[in-house]
Design a protein around this ligand. Structure first.
Ligand SMILES: Nc1ncnc2c1ncn2[C@@H]1O[C@H](COP(=O)(O)OP(=O)(O)OP(=O)(O)O)[C@@H](O)[C@H]1O
Ligand SMILES: [Mg+2]
Length: 153
């Protein structure tokens, strides 16, 4: 197991997410998982990154119209970013609250809409930020460091 990737080239992976594309979240999470396993990263890091990717991509598919997921691996950290076009988030503090959800009935029927995605992403990240414009779209950025004070596991 390694704590940093000094000798590994930086890697950027991109996944376009279409409207109601409920398939890409699981697909991108498992593709990144495989890459991180090949790099020999710790299980806990891989688990946290996979959760963030899944929840972030699912939010684009459910709440936005379409977007792009970018995962960047550098020697110290993994950055996960989604950029979407969509309704945006009028109240970020409210959206971050456990149990808050505006998921449509169709998504609820599929088991989504517990309002736990963003709180889970926050818990799994070392850094998380949201930049949003109502009626235009949202950018979510999350970072997981290989050596973290908050997640020493
Ligand atoms: N990319 C996005 N665009 C627009 N709104 C969003 C986006 N991401 C999150 N939201 C808003 O924030 C709310 C909370 O998101 P969160 O991921 O915590 O819960 P959820 O997606 O509703 O349910 P769950 O993730 O538990 O299935 C959403 O219901 C939605 O209103
Ligand atoms: Mg969600």
């Amino acid at each position: 197991m390694v704590d940093s990737l000094q000798y590994t080239p930086q890697i950027t992976l991109e996944f376009p997410i279409g409207e109601k594309d409920f398939f890409m979240a699981g697909e991108s999470a498992s593709r990144v998982k495989k890459t991180l396993q090949q790099l020999g990263l710790k299980q806990d890091i891989i688990r946290r990154v996979a959760i963030i990717i899944y929840e972030a991509a699912m939010n684009v598919a459910i709440h936005a119209s379409h977007g792009l997921l970018t995962v960047h691996i550098d020697p110290e950290s993994i950055s996960i970013q989604t950029d979407d076009k969509g309704v945006g988030i009028p109240d970020i503090e409210l959206a971050m609250r456990e149990g808050y959800s505006t998921a449509p009935y169709e998504a609820q029927e599929m088991g989504f809409g517990a309002g736990m995605g963003l709180p889970n992403m926050k818990q799994c990240s070392d850094e998380l930020s949201l930049d949003t414009k109502v009626g235009k779209g949202t950018t979510l950025k999350a970072k997981v460091y290989f050596i973290s004070k908050e997640h020493p596991g």
